[in-house]
Design a protein around this ligand. Structure first.
Ligand SMILES: Cc1cc2nc3c(=O)[nH]c(=O)nc-3n(C[C@H](O)[C@H](O)[C@H](O)COP(=O)(O)OP(=O)(O)OC[C@H]3O[C@@H](n4cnc5c(N)ncnc54)[C@H](O)[C@@H]3O)c2cc1C
Length: 497
């Protein structure tokens, strides 16, 4: 059996391992951290369970398809719960917008804010569906290895008006600033600036309505654990504390990896789930890339970073829903501060996660587990997070106290923070970007690092920095693209002999 070595046990790497295992490869997954999952890792602290990263599961059919590919049923291994409503947006004046699956209730919610915008909203949702049908169903699984394959979709992109930003698309349909915000913020879920991300991401509105917003019972970590079990049942292995220093090559072909401790692991193919920019900048010996040069990567646009504060409380905050977006007073200006000016604002917008609203098993009885997340500039900002960390946490606490949870700090019994430094130094994410390359049109499809390396034979890439991109459905889809670019194990073995 040909041996596939996968660098990184993020969701993309684990999905690649499942697919390659199902296609006859012997699979070894190596991750530098102590536990698998990457951004989707889970940690337990003082009786509380915290998902470090993804909490909103959309497009569950992508997980179903992955499991089916391995001959299993996803729901035998993981319990998903559909959330209703999906989430609440709280505007700075205290008004709210509740996003939910019920079409009539959504129309009423739009009408409550701006009756004149109902028709425009419905047009927007119709276009969101059309974009989904092309953007997700058709283009999400194309490898885009050649410029010709990109040229072939230009008519589709023109039809979708993909040169527009998500915000421009929304603004062409609705006028009220609250609705423009509520319908356009979605690119932030995948590291995109709503004012620059291609309007292809307008599909998220339809994706949510059509397939729901879900959470995994036991936390998103339950999906990671189930993936590891499938890989092990296939005969593969997932080895943590295995820091890859180099992808070894011979005559332009990947031959395996060398770990930081000097150990070498030979491979027939190598799949990197490490940050794509890190892979090309640091993991390939010689580093003389033709396309992904250090200069090109330095000039590229990288997504924003995140500040995440995890905390457990010794009481329940029943009035706080599972997911809330707490908007600050500014929208475009704040986004500009994060993505363009790269400065830290004190009037931040927040995403507040209270999973114990749905799954009390994540905290001791009578307690709640939370995380609050704030998009912040990536490390191009040169912000000194060691000095800023506590100051910024206090600023977030003040905002939460004033908006959602008066007096909550008196009830905190355990806590931890994640800053851009963790993205940069633990996950080895270039510039501390939380979602890899920013999803703009000029960094999408053929323009993104390919799933089959342009530089090295037998080297493949998956994960947020590759096509189609970040987010749980996105990175699972990057692994699905591998089916089209990696030969079956039998064919590979035949060609080798
Ligand atoms: C706080 C947060 C919240 C999010 N919320 C959501 C959400 O609600 N819904 C959603 O769909 N998406 C969400 N996302 C996005 C989503 O989590 C990510 O896009 C996705 O998990 C990234 O997966 P990946 O395959 O790119 O791998 P990553 O998670 O980036 O994992 C890469 C792995 O590679 C390892 N690695 C790197 N270099 C090496 C090396 N040299 N040797 C060995 N190992 C190495 C790292 O340790 C890491 O484990 C969120 C992200 C964050 C950070």
């Amino acid at each position: 059996m040909p041996h596939a070595v996968i660098v990184g046990a993020g969701l993309g790497g684990l999905a690649a391992a499942m697919r390659l295992g199902a296609r006859g490869y012997r699979v070894t997954v190596l991750d530098r951290l102590a536990v698998p999952g990457g951004r989707a890792t889970v940690f337990k602290q003082d009786g509380f369970t915290f998902d470090a990263g993804p909490t909103i599961i959309t497009a569950p059919f992508v997980l179903e398809e992955l499991w089916k590919f391995t001959g299993r049923n996803f729901y035998d291994d993981v319990k998903l719960k559909a959330l209703e409503p999906f989430y609440t947006i709280r505007f700075d004046d205290g008004d709210t917008f509740t996003n939910q699956s019920d079409v009539v209730a959504m129309r009423q919610e739009v009408a409550r804010i701006s009756p004149d915008d109902v028709a425009g909203y419905e047009n927007f949702m119709r276009e969101s569906e059309a974009i989904y049908k092309i953007g997700f169903e058709k283009l999400g699984h194309v490898p885009f290895l050649s410029l010709g394959s990109m040229a072939a979709i230009v008519p589709e992109l023109l039809k979708l008006k993909a040169w527009q930003s998500v915000h421009a698309h929304v603004a062409s349909h609705v006028k009220h600033p609250k609705l423009r915000m509520a319908l356009s913020f979605h690119p932030l879920f995948v590291g995109g600036n709503p004012f620059r991300a291609t309007s292809v991401y307008s599909m998220i509105a339809y994706l949510e309505r059509q397939f729901g917003v879900h959470c995994a019972m036991g936390g998103t970590g339950a999906i990671v654990q189930a993936m590891v079990k499938v890989i092990e049942a296939q005969g593969g292995e997932v080895l943590c504390n295995s820091d890859v220093a180099e992808i070894t090559t011979s005559q332009g072909r990947a031959t395996g990896v060398r770990l930081k401790n000097g150990e070498r692991v030979a491979a027939d193919i190598v799949v990197s789930n490490a940050c794509a920019a890190h892979t090309y900048n640091n993991l390939i010996a010689g580093g003389a890339q033709k396309r992904w040069t250090k200069r090109k990567l330095a000039k590229a646009r990288h997504s924003m970073s995140l500040f995440v504060w995890y905390f457990g409380t010794n009481k329940k905050f029943e009035n706080v829903p599972h997911h809330t977006i707490v908007m600050g007073p500014r929208y475009r200006e704040l986004i500009d501060d994060i993505f363009e000016n790269k400065i830290l604002a004190n009037d931040m917008s927040l995403y507040l996660h209270r999973p114990t609203a749905t799954d009390p098993s994540l905290a001791p009885t009578g307690c709640d587990s939370f995380y609050v997340l704030s998009p912040v500039p990536n490390q191009d900002s040169k912000l000194d997070w060691k000095a800023l960390e506590e100051k910024y946490r206090v600023a977030i606490a003040k905002r939460l106290h004033e908006t959602m949870m008066p007096g909550f700090e008196n009830h905190i019994v355990t806590q931890r923070v994640m800053t851009p430094l963790n993205f940069e130094h633990d996950l080895l994410s270039y510039k501390g970007a939380a979602f890899g390359l920013e999803p703009v049109l000029t960094q999408s499809a053929w323009f993104r690092p390919h799933n089959k390396s342009e530089e090295i034979e037998n080297l493949f890439l998956v994960g947020a920095g590759t096509h189609p991109g970040a987010g749980v459905p996105g990175v699972l889809s990057t692994a699905r693209v591998l089916d089209l670019v990696v030969p079956d194990a039998e064919a590979f073995a035949h060609a080798r002999s």
